[in-house]
Structure formats: structure tokens, C-alpha cells
Write a protein that binds this ligand. Structure first.
Ligand SMILES: NC(=O)c1ccc[n+]([C@@H]2O[C@H](COP(=O)([O-])OP(=O)(O)OC[C@H]3O[C@@H](n4cnc5c(N)ncnc54)[C@H](OP(=O)(O)O)[C@@H]3O)[C@@H](O)[C@H]2O)c1
Length: 291
């Protein structure tokens, strides 16, 4: 591929968050921009909590066209936006901003990306009970994405009160039935026997702690569809054990690509080549030895 030709008309897309040095977003987006010969560049900026407000002034002043938002700003960014789409408003978290004639609009493509990944993988959502492990940012996106689709959402978390709080918010803002629990073995045992879908949204099993499982292996049963949002490694220990049990499995790579693709399409109006995005991520993971 030819290198970017940056000139005085080049527009900027970026990611803000902290820490962001592990992010795959610059790799995916710059590959797409290059392929489609769009005169943009995508950069990642390390912005800590106290830097958010000045960063927003910068986005406006420098006419940055599109921004991805990551930890720790997904919720705190909302008061700075002029508009927010209904799903992001329900979730209470934004991961993508588009600047349109000076107006900052927020969306949550993590949620849409997660749902698309499950549907594309052939996972039936309607009438199913889902057990979601974890109650952080990824859990919030995944749970809200599924509220219109599944029957019940069981959220099990190390800190039980976070699971209870997320379930309460879901029940308040949607028609879904969500319940919050601890992640104690006996609790998980009951929940998983009543679930057809298991989603891990904790970082357990992520590089470098690849030998860990987010729940005891013997709780897995063959009727489960198991989705792990972790993408490094591509096949976590949880997915390997689930596959051995005969479960259908899905890793986090598709969610990562889909959330990026939805953002890219929104910013540029161009359909992204998701195969290229995946290849770039796989090459990167190969180079950094975390596949
Ligand atoms: N595929 C994708 O596109 C995608 C998108 C977003 C995130 N992710 C991945 O999802 C994972 C979580 O990200 P996040 O943003 O949701 O993080 P987060 O907001 O920090 O939430 C982490 C959750 O995992 C729980 N947890 C963490 N360590 C644990 C442990 N040792 N034992 C039990 N529970 C533990 C936390 O429990 P407490 O409440 O008790 O602390 C919390 O509920 C990361 O691996 C991230 O890379 C993937």
C-alpha cells in the first residue's frame, strides 16, 4: 500500500482514552483510509481524566471529524455532547463521536457491534436467557444491546452491588428482565443451568493471564453458545474448554471489528472492508505474539 499523502486538506480522526497504547483502532482505521484513498489520518491520544475537558475544546477548535472514546471517558464524555443517539443514551456510555457542522453527536457502536457479532455467528437471541459475567463497560454495552432480543439477562459479578446496579438500570430504562448476582460458584451453577448463552465480559483469560477461566470449567454445558469479548488471545481458555464440551463459540475479534466498522461508516459514509480490518489486527497480534 502507498503511504499516506498528508497535505493541508487532510482531516483528523482519533481515539482518546488512557491507557491507549494497546489499541487496535489506529491500525484498522488507517488501513481502511489508505485502501479507500480517503484524505484522513487516525491517531490515538493518551488523555487522562483531567484532560477530557481540554481535549473536547481541542476537538472542536481543531475541527476533528470523528473520535473514538475509550476508558475512562465513555460515560463522562456525555455532558460535553450536543446530541446523543437513543441507544447510547439508554446505555449511558458513548464510544464514538461525529462532528457535524460544529455539533458533536455521540453513539455507542460497542453495543451494536456486539449484537451484530452474535447474530452473524448464528446465535439465536429470541427467547433465550443470557448469563453475562462482569458488570463493567463491556458488560453494559453487551447487556443493553440484548435487551430487545433475549428473555432474561443474568449479570454475575465479583462485586455483586455493581451487578445489582446494572440490572436495576436496565430494568428501569428498557422492557428487559435483568437480575444481578455475585460470581460465587453455587450462584453461577444455578444461573448457567438456566441459560442458553454465556458471555464473558471480564478481562479474565486476556493476555498475559491466558491460563485463567472466569468460571469453573465443570459448569459449562453443551447447550451453551459461549461468547468471550476478549480478543487477545483470539481463542481464550474459556472458548477452548467450551469447544471441548461441544458448545458453539465466538471470540471478541468480530465485536472489535464491527464496532470499528460502524464508526468508520458513520464518519466517512463508506462501507469498510471488514476482512482487511481483521487481517490487520491478526498481523498485529502475530507480530506482538499474543495470538
Ligand atoms: N471485543 C471488543 O470489542 C471489546 C470491547 C470492550 C472491551 N473488551 C474487553 O472486555 C474486557 C473488559 O473490559 P471493560 O472495559 O468492561 O473493563 P471494566 O469496565 O474494567 O470491567 C471489568 C469487569 O470485569 C470484572 N473483573 C475484572 N477482573 C476480575 C477478576 N480477576 N475476577 C473477577 N472479575 C473481574 C470486574 O469486576 P468488579 O466490578 O468486581 O471490578 C468488572 O465487572 C477487557 O478484556 C477488554 O479488552 C472487548
Amino acid at each position: 500500500m502507498e503511504p499516506f499523502s498528508i497535505d493541508s486538506k487532510t482531516s483528523l480522526l482519533c481515539l482518546i482514552g488512557w491507557p491507549i497504547r494497546h489499541s487496535m483502532s489506529p491500525i484498522m482505521h488507517n488501513a481502511l483510509l489508505q485502501k479507500l484513498k480517503l484524505n484522513y489520518v487516525y491517531l490515538a491520544f493518551n488523555v487522562k481524566k483531567e484532560g477530557l475537558k481540554p481535549a473536547i475544546y481541542g476537538i472542536k477548535a481543531l475541527d476533528i471529524k470523528g473520535v473514538n472514546i475509550t476508558i475512562p471517558h465513555k460515560e463522562t464524555i456525555i455532558p460535553y455532547l450536543d446530541e446523543i443517539d437513543p441507544l447510547a443514551a439508554k446505555i449511558g456510555a458513548v464510544n464514538t463521536i461525529k462532528k457535524n457542522s460544529g455539533v458533536l453527536i455521540g453513539k455507542n457502536t460497542d453495543a451494536e457491534g456486539a449484537k451484530k457479532s452474535l447474530i452473524d455467528a448464528g446465535c439465536t437471541l429470541s427467547g433465550r436467557n443470557v448469563l453475562v459475567l462482569g458488570a463493567g463497560g463491556a458488560s453494559r454495552a453487551v447487556c443493553f444491546a440484548l435487551t430487545d432480543e433475549v428473555d432474561k439477562i443474568f449479570i454475575a459479578n465479583r462485586t455483586e452491588k455493581r451487578a445489582l446496579s446494572l440490572a436495576k438500570q436496565i430494568n428501569k430504562k428498557t422492557d428487559a428482565i435483568a437480575e444481578g448476582y455475585s460470581n460465587k460458584k453455587a450462584v453461577l451453577e444455578t444461573l448457567i443451568s438456566n441459560s442458553q448463552i454465556l458471555i464473558n465480559t471480564t478481562p479474565i483469560g486476556m493476555h498475559p493471564t491466558t491460563d485463567e477461566l472466569p468460571l469453573p470449567e465443570n459448569l459449562l454445558h453443551e447447550d451453551l453458545f459461549v461468547f468471550d469479548v476478549v480478543y487477545n488471545p483470539l481463542k481464550t481458555k474459556l472458548l477452548k474448554k467450551a469447544e471441548e464440551k461441544g458448545c458453539r463459540i465466538l471470540g471478541g475479534l468480530d465485536m472489535l471489528v464491527n464496532q470499528g466498522a460502524l464508526a468508520f461508516e458513520w464518519w466517512t459514509g463508506k462501507t469498510p472492508d471488514t476482512k482487511l480490518m481483521k487481517t490487520k489486527i491478526l498481523d498485529y497480534l502475530e507480530e506482538t505474539n499474543v495470538r
